[in-house]
Design a binder for this molecule. Structure first.
Ligand code: PDD
Length: 286
């Protein structure tokens, strides 16, 4: 059976869902997106992602086409129609279809599209082995806190990582790590402190980051919210990333240098367990 997607208020088979060549998402990347983890058939961190969706729409001045209840109903409808148990739910909103012109079009409804991608997150092999990361320059625009559709810099960064045999790219600006190509970046120092970059326009406010930070104290780890360099990362006891599509994922090498003993760190593993437990417990609670 074909995957069912959501397009402008209608559920339909993927092959029947068509968007115009004149859609501003296609022509200008004029739109924003959001991505949810799905666990046990339920959305994870629902409220956090909805809040960021509203923030991103405000940031690019697209009127939110739906209420929170309507968003949740549409997303749950999609999960249900695809019998989805675990994976990723992607949604995007563009400024809509209009003759190509830079100015905002008048009286045009936004285009809303959503689809699911089934995938094992909890039993992902990478969670056991950890992944390699390589560093790349951060080439993005200056409002990275908005989850914009414009991802060319990340596409190039992540492809460079793949070609170097790595699973993620860490982007670097002015000597400091900003974040991963599609994830938030963390290190744990040899003194046992978690170091994470403070929120600003320079990075996306990760929803998994925000939820995961609640459990850090339970692992006996202190938090230092500050910038960190690649050299500090090379020297760290542990490193990991967070994202809706991976939860908490250990990093075992950065630019070919082993982190700690080159295996997923104990604190990282514990944080992953705590995050998954909490996600299971709260799944579906909006
Ligand atoms: N990416 N930073 C960037 C640049 C991201 O693209 C993402 C998410 C994150 C983590 O945010 P969250 O924990 O809310 O997923 C940080 C998604 C998963 C993606 O683009 O596929």
């Amino acid at each position: 059976m074909s995957r069912v997607v959501f397009l402008n208020g209608t559920f339909l088979p993927l092959q029947d869902a068509k968007v115009s060549v004149m859609d501003r998402g296609f022509l200008f990347a004029d739109g924003i997106y959001e991505g949810y983890g799905v666990l046990d058939g339920h959305l994870v961190d629902t409220e956090g992602h909805l809040a960021r969706l509203e923030r991103s729409l405000d940031g690019v001045r697209i009127a939110n086409p739906y209420s929170r209840t309507e968003w949740i109903e549409a997303m749950n409808g999609l999960i249900h129609r695809n019998s989805m148990r675990e994976g990723f739910l992607y949604l995007q909103v563009t400024r809509g279809e209009a003759e190509r012109d830079f100015f905002f079009p008048d009286g045009v409804a936004p285009t809303v599209a959503m689809f699911t991608q089934a995938k094992s997150i909890v039993d992902a092999p990478a969670a056991e082995t950890g992944i390699a990361v390589v560093s790349v320059p951060d080439l993005r625009w200056k409002r990275r806190d908005i989850k914009s559709l414009s991802l060319l810099a990340q596409v190039l960064a992540k492809q460079a990582a793949r070609e170097a045999g790595a699973g993620e790219a860490w982007m670097v600006e002015d000597g400091y790590v900003t974040e991963g190509g599609s994830s938030s970046a963390f290190i744990i120092t040899r003194d046992g402190n978690l170091v994470v970059r403070p929120l600003s326009h320079a990075i996306l406010p990760g929803i998994t980051r925000q939820s995961m930070l609640r459990f850090v104290e339970e692992t006996g780890t202190g938090i230092e919210e500050r910038l960190f360099t690649l050299e500090e990362a090379y020297d760290a006891a542990e490193a990991f990333l967070t994202s809706a599509s991976n939860f908490v994922l250990p990093i075992v090498t950065i630019d070919g240098r082993s982190i700690g003993d080159g295996r997923p760190g104990a604190r990282t593993r514990r944080l992953r367990e705590l995050y998954i437990q909490a996600a299971r417990a709260s799944a579906g609670v909006a």
